[in-house]
Write a protein that binds this ligand. Sequence first.
Ligand SMILES: C[S@@+](CC[C@H](N)C(=O)[O-])C[C@H]1O[C@@H](n2cnc3c(N)ncnc32)[C@H](O)[C@@H]1O
Length: 335
Amino acid sequence: MASGAQEDSNMNEFRSGLDSLDGTLRPSESWISDSSYWIPRHFVESAWLEHAPFAFWLVDAIRPAVIAELGTHNGFSYFVFCESISRLGLQTRAFALDSWEGDDQAGFYGSEVYDSVRTINEADYSAFSTLLRGYFDDNLASIPDGSIDLLHIDGRHGYDDVRHDFEAWRPKLSDSGVVIFHDIAEHQEGFGVWQLWHELAAEYPSFAFDHGHGLGVLAVGSNVPPHLRAFLSTGAENASQIKEFYLARGRAVAELSRASVQAAEVPALQAEVSALRDELQNAGLRVEENEREIALHDIERLGLVDQVNSLHNSISWRLTRPLRFASDVVHRRRG
Ligand SMILES: C[S@@+](CC[C@H](N)C(=O)[O-])C[C@H]1O[C@@H](n2cnc3c(N)ncnc32)[C@H](O)[C@@H]1O
């Protein structure tokens, strides 16, 4: 082995020795795990797609006893949390809160949205997950104070709405409670999460992702989970590396979602193509039939022409010509 290669190999061994030191986190271990590479099981329409990899990592890192989500809609973010619980085999309880009516920002929708969320929930996650259908405030009594370790706030996005949701649900957080806010990078008319985020990030340890409309991670409890503490301290020094990694992973998930939506459309498109092919074939058969009929008419017409010609040429026809001529003259005179 060349001496440079030998040195590299020694250095790698030395590094891996350091990595395996008990209780020592490799730099990347503070913000990447196998779960960062997981693929969501349920792709549904959402503006949250690009946050799935970080959400997988977060649940893995803080292993919450209770997760609650304010604003579930089609269930994308919620089912990412549920999928983490399921794959990690955690004892976590999860609660999805939504009126399932929509709002003026997300758009209003019909009961089919709740029905599809309920179907997925019942099929895959009902052992630990509960859908609380109604207004957030009406369900405050359903969840005990001091119990939520991970709260996702993604309801209406006006400043007053999101401040109200944060303040109303803060007493529900445990002493290691973490809150994530969606849309902190959205500045369009009527959106004020960015403003609340600005205020809260000055008050609590935090990290902000800019992609996917922005996701803010806020360590509200006094007892910050150790892995999240490591994440936040790495994030304070090296935010760009973390942001770039989760942006790339997020984009990959969004791309996969688009592909899976297209793949789901394939059977319907195939049925459409086969219906068109049948129609085309039927039209071809009709054309053939028409052509056959036209040919028969042609044959019939030619037969008649032959008959007329042979009549004209017949002897009796020629012999009766003077009679026909006389009859024409009489008719013309009378007329
Ligand atoms: C932006 S969507 C949630 C998106 C979802 N987290 C995802 O992954 O795509 C917001 C949802 O919050 C719900 N919502 C807004 N304000 C609410 C309130 N006060 N009570 C109950 N639901 C509310 C709406 O019905 C809507 O479905």
